[in-house]
Design a protein around this ligand. Structure first.
Ligand SMILES: O=P(O)(O)OC[C@H]1O[C@@H](O)[C@H](O)[C@@H](O)[C@@H]1O
Length: 255
């Protein structure tokens, strides 16, 4: 068999159903450890915002807020969704709003300045198990795409040394240009599959965010791998993951 995968419902070499021909990987938190850096930037942004614009009893931005309202969504959707959970609606503003402006764009710009600074300081590390998995998927002859809500996707892939694996990339910029709905809508994964010349019926999705797992499930993708980086295995399953792993290396056949 050209892919080197064993016959059966789940092949041991890359741990996917045998009819899968393409893989779509989320980036932050699946291929690179940058989800934690986004979370730090969001926390500082929202805590400063709430201190300035909400009452003194308003709780700080929590890890749960990140996973429920921000993780996996395009930047502006993260701003809107989290603030809506606190009963706050901001005007949209304009793309070049000042980071201090109380607008969706202003808050998003504040967060982007912070995350770029943090990425610059700490660098970008790919997960070793994810690099091994990309190598195996490439060797198995699968088409490989990256679907990320981040407008910084190309930069992060380059910094992690992963661009060489990627045959199609949908990122936050593409999502804006093509006017796609962000995760949890399936649009960005559907666009990624189309760009690879694949169909959802033969494509696997790899996601760590609840919004992303839901997008893969609702898009009718063949197999949705939930990557449990935030102790939320049950939530990943509830949102549509077919399997939950702690690291992509678990899917590889070690024997
Ligand atoms: O602000 P960016 O770089 O465009 O990223 C948008 C979102 O991209 C997603 O990949 C991250 O999970 C989110 O945390 C992040 O907010």
């Amino acid at each position: 068999m050209p892919t080197g995968r064993r016959a059966g419902s789940v092949g041991p070499v890359i741990g996917l159903p045998d009819d899968v021909t393409a893989c779509l990987f989320d980036l932050d938190g699946v291929l690179t450890s940058t989800a934690a850096l986004h979370e730090i930037a969001w926390k500082q942004t929202f805590d400063e915002f709430l201190a300035a614009h909400a009452g003194p009893d308003e709780p700080e931005f929590s890890e749960r807020d990140y996973t429920a309202y921000v993780d996996g969504r395009p930047r502006a959707d993260g701003v809107r969704t989290f603030l809506a959970s606190r009963g706050i609606t901001l005007p949209e503003g304009l793309p070049n709003d000042d980071p201090e402006d109380p607008t969706v764009n202003g808050v998003g710009n504040r967060k982007n300045g912070l995350v770029l600074k943090i990425i610059e300081e700490r660098g970008v590390q790919p997960f070793p198990g994810s690099v091994a998995y990309l190598e195996a998927a490439h060797q198995a002859g699968l088409a490989i795409g990256v679907v990320t809500s981040s407008a910084n996707g190309a930069r992060v892939l380059d910094a992690a040394g992963l661009t060489r694996f990627v045959q199609a990339r949908i990122d936050g910029l593409t999502i804006g240009e093509r006017k796609l709905r962000g995760k949890p809508a399936p649009d960005s994964f559907l666009a990624g599959a189309a760009d690879l010349g694949a169909t959802p019926a033969t494509t696997a999705v790899f996601e760590d965010a609840l919004a992303g797992v839901k997008a893969g499930h609702d898009g009718g993708f063949r197999f949705v791998v939930g990557v449990n980086r935030a102790d939320q295995a049950e939530e990943l399953r509830a949102n549509g993951a077919d399997i939950v792993v702690l690291d992509l290396a678990e899917l590889l056949d070690e024997s």
